[in-house]
Each structure stands twice: as C-alpha cells, then as structure tokens.
Design a protein around this ligand. Structure first.
Ligand SMILES: NC(=O)c1ccc[n+]([C@@H]2O[C@H](COP(=O)([O-])OP(=O)(O)OC[C@H]3O[C@@H](n4cnc5c(N)ncnc54)[C@H](OP(=O)(O)O)[C@@H]3O)[C@@H](O)[C@H]2O)c1
Length: 231
C-alpha cells in the first residue's frame, strides 16, 4: 500500500536516509526542513532516484513556521499516513545540567520535545484514520538505562518526548492512530559524530519498519532494532 509520509528534519542524517528508503519502496514522501536551500537540494537528490518526493519548509521550534507549513500543506489536498518526528538538536556545550545556562535546556526542549508535540497537534487534522506517528527518540531519554556523561539537556528532552509518546498513544487510541518512539542506536551523522558504531542505513531501519510493515496495533511502545526496549 502506497503511503503519504511526512518526515521532519529530513534534509540530512537519519531523516534523509529514512526518506530515501521509504521513497525507494514507492511511498509518497514529504520531506521537511527548516532551510529552503537544504530542503530543495535534498528533494532534488531523491527525485533523481525517481522517488515521489515533495518539500515542506518548517522550523519545528517556531510555532508560526509550523502554522505556515500546515496552511501550505492544506492546499495540497492530501492526507498523511505516517508522520515521522525526526528533527532534533543537541548542543556541543550540553555537558552539565548544573553548570550550563538555562537557554540550552529551554531551546533543546522547545525543539526536540515541545516542537515535536506542536507538529503532531498541527498535522493531526490532516492524518488519516489508522495512521502512524513515529517519534525519533534516543536511549539517552531512557529512565531505565544508566545516566551520565553526555548531553543532559538533550537526554531530558528525549525523556519528555517519550512521555509525550505514551500520553498521545493513549489519547489517540480511539482514533486508531498509533504513536511510538524509536532509538536508532548510535549513528554516524552530524549529531552522532564520526566515531558512532552504526551507519545511517541501520539508523533508518526501525522507523522504516514502523512506517510500513509493523502492525498498526503496536502503540505506546519504545523500539530499537525493531524490538521493544524499556522506557
Ligand atoms: N545520530 C545518533 O547517534 C542518534 C542517536 C539517537 C537518536 N538520534 C535521533 O535521531 C534523529 C535524527 O538525528 P541525526 O543523527 O540524523 O541528526 P542530524 O544529522 O543532526 O540531523 C538533524 C536534522 O534535524 C533538523 N533540525 C534541527 N532542528 C530543526 C528545527 N528546529 N526545525 C526543523 N528541522 C530541524 C536538522 O536540520 P539542519 O540541517 O537545518 O540543522 C537536520 O535535518 C534525531 O531525533 C536524533 O535525536 C540520533
């Protein structure tokens, strides 16, 4: 079944690779990014591969930009089957919760957690029944794994995104919209760095699976490598 799939922050990294893999499978991909030039380049790359791709400019940290994106999307007269909340930031300076200024935490939460929630709320009217929401989270957001040593504000933002995932999965049960979170593992991207253990192909594997083959009944869960992991 051909699906319409919106992916935030898909001009590079895991988001781009997810768009690439889903495009190759024949789905209609709406690539979204905050920078017009980068978006155009990414869309053109996948069009060269004969994928059905459109672009949608959206800065998920800016409510006005999300509003503009939904207004633009409304004109297209299509409905979304899958929304992948992939866009996120991690500051290099994010090293110590006690020592760093509050701006780092506030900006990180505004993008990674509140931004993703705002995108979901804004695009819900354009989502089909039995559609899917996939939140790109991180093992860093886990309340079970050991804590410490890296990017505390980023990790807290993913814990909040996980909590949002659980709450929305419950609220959207009656509408048959599934909401799940994914940890892609440690992936070689601008965010993950060159020493990371995985390539983007592996990082995109679980969001691609959740967007396509995974059962619609799976909701309110946290996955890595297509397997359940504890919150
Ligand atoms: N790489 C890893 O090891 C790893 C591990 C666990 C989880 N993750 C998660 O996987 C997802 C993808 O990460 P990645 O490694 O591919 O990161 P990346 O290479 O840094 O890509 C992040 C993407 O998000 C976009 N973005 C950032 N802020 C945005 C905003 N306000 N509005 C719209 N787009 C925005 C970036 O756009 P610009 O190009 O304009 O900056 C870029 O397209 C993220 O949610 C990340 O937290 C990654």
């Amino acid at each position: 079944m051909k699906r319409v799939i919106l992916i935030t922050g898909s001009n590079k990294g895991i988001g781009f690779e997810t768009a690439k893999q889903l495009g190759k499978l024949g789905h209609h991909i709406i690539m979204s990014a905050r920078n017009e030039n980068k978006l155009e380049q990414a869309v053109n790359k996948l069009r060269l591969e004969k994928s059905e791709v459109d672009g949608l400019l959206m800065d998920i940290s800016d409510e006005k930009s999300i509003d503009r994106a939904t207004s633009e999307f409304a004109k297209r007269n299509i409905k979304i089957d899958v929304l992948i909340n992939n866009a996120a930031i991690m500051y290099h300076e994010d090293k110590s919760m006690l020592q760093e200024n509050n701006e780092i935490l506030i900006n990180t939460l505004t993008t990674n957690s509140i931004g993703s929630l705002r995108v979901i709320k804004a695009f819900l009217p354009y989502m089909k029944s039995k559609s899917r929401i996939i939140n790109m989270s991180s093992g860093g957001g886990s309340m079970t794994d050991s804590v410490g040593g890296w990017a505390p504000a980023y990790c807290v933002s993913k814990t909040l995104l996980n909590a949002i995932t659980r709450q929305l999965s419950s609220e959207l049960l009656s509408e048959n919209i599934s909401v799940n979170a994914v940890c892609p593992g440690w992936v070689r991207t601008d965010m993950g760095g060159a020493s990371a253990s995985r390539g983007v192909e592996k990082g995109a594997e679980t969001p691609v699976w959740l967007a396509t083959e995974a059962s619609q009944e799976l909701t309110g869960k946290f996955f890595r490598d297509k397997k359940l992991i504890p919150w």
